[in-house]
Design a protein around this ligand. Structure first.
Ligand SMILES: CC/C=C\C=C\CC(=O)SCCNC(=O)CCNC(=O)[C@H](O)C(C)(C)COP(=O)(O)OP(=O)(O)OC[C@H]1O[C@@H](n2cnc3c(N)ncnc32)[C@H](O)[C@@H]1OP(=O)(O)O
Length: 278
């Protein structure tokens, strides 16, 4: 565990009961995303996806804020050192870089374990891209959100503009906040579906989210992971395609021992049994 999950800018903890916590850990810079932390995020969610001791992941930030977005001190948007590259080659270099950054966050979405984003303080720019790739979003009363990219001269390119239209209920609102980059308070984020719960404090939120995570982790991992896989698929496909996908998926997964085990416990109102690792 120690070596495998040892990172410079992430703190990774196994809470037990199959619940893990991944914390952005660059508090002095408000967890601003440099290339190293970006790579570490990409790496940890691949590892946790494969880790049979993990069933649910809580993603939060150390220090005063969840995430201040991209590191504005440079590194990520820098041009290639080779000044002789023509426009086509420079563009291919930049394109590969953007695709890599996107993939790091997409690894969160592709991880078949549910990921709960827990936001306090600032969550701006890249921070919003990051939570958009998560399954569930909670925040504390001191949180604020901003799709900040237009203020630094960019169209957001690592997930917000691609995922949020499928997450929030009101496209007119989404366009307004994306065009203005204004700060969104928790109540407004709740009203439009960006978060599903507001907590009094960071501490209250940590407790409440730990309980939620534990509840999800106590259920059959075949059922929970299958639910995430099918929901991910249906997000980007027609109902017919998604129903067909579910047939193919469940043709194997319905044969699991978890079904009689879960059903028996549910029917007899007993505690859920211990499920085999997955
Ligand atoms: C291919 C492109 C992919 C992705 C693109 C994403 C685009 C974006 O992310 S746009 C958003 C960019 N971020 C910002 O504009 C936020 C800037 N920061 C702030 O507004 C504030 O720091 C704050 C987040 C509201 C927090 O305020 P506060 O708690 O008062 O802290 P500060 O005193 O301002 O900062 C403390 C410390 O952190 C450093 N820092 C903060 N944000 C960043 C950042 N984004 N990049 C680098 N460093 C940051 C700040 O400089 C301070 O450092 P010191 O060394 O103590 O001076």
């Amino acid at each position: 565990m120690a070596q495998k999950y040892s990172y410079e800018f992430l703190k990774v903890q196994n809470f037990g009961d199959y619940v893990w916590r991944v914390s952005l850990n660059r508090p002095n810079k408000r967890n601003a995303l440099n290339l190293q932390i970006w790579n570490e995020i990409g790496d940890v969610f691949v590892k946790l996806d494969e880790d049979k001791d993990c069933r649910v992941i809580i993603l939060d930030g150390e220090g005063k804020s969840f995430c201040a977005g991209i590191d504005l001190n440079g590194g990520i948007l820098d041009k290639n050192d080779d000044e002789n590259l023509d426009v086509a080659r420079e563009a291919r270099f930049i394109g590969r870089k953007i695709a890599h950054l996107q993939q790091c966050f997409t690894n969160i979405e592709k991880c078949c374990k549910p990921v709960i984003a827990v936001v306090h303080g600032a969550c701006v720019g890249g921070g919003v891209d990051l939570i958009a790739a998560c399954d569930i979003r909670h925040c504390s009363e001191d949180a604020f959100f901003s799709i900040k990219e237009v203020d630094v001269g960019l169209a957001a390119d690592v997930g917000s503009l691609n995922r949020l239209p499928k997450l929030v209920g009101n496209h007119s609102w989404l366009r307004e906040i994306a065009y203005t980059a204004r700060n969104i308070k928790p109540q407004e984020a709740l009203e439009f579906g960006l978060v599903n719960q507001i907590h009094k404090s960071k501490e209250d939120m940590a407790q409440s989210v730990a309980t939620l995570a534990k509840e999800i982790a106590s259920k059959s991992p075949v059922a929970i992971q299958g639910t995430k896989v099918v929901l991910n698929y249906s997000k980007d496909h027609s109902t017919d395609e998604s129903l067909n996908f579910t047939v193919a998926w469940n043709a194997s997964q319905l044969q699991t021992e978890d079904i009689p085990k879960s059903a028996m416990a549910s029917f007899s109102k007993k505690e859920l049994p211990e499920f085999s690792k997955l």
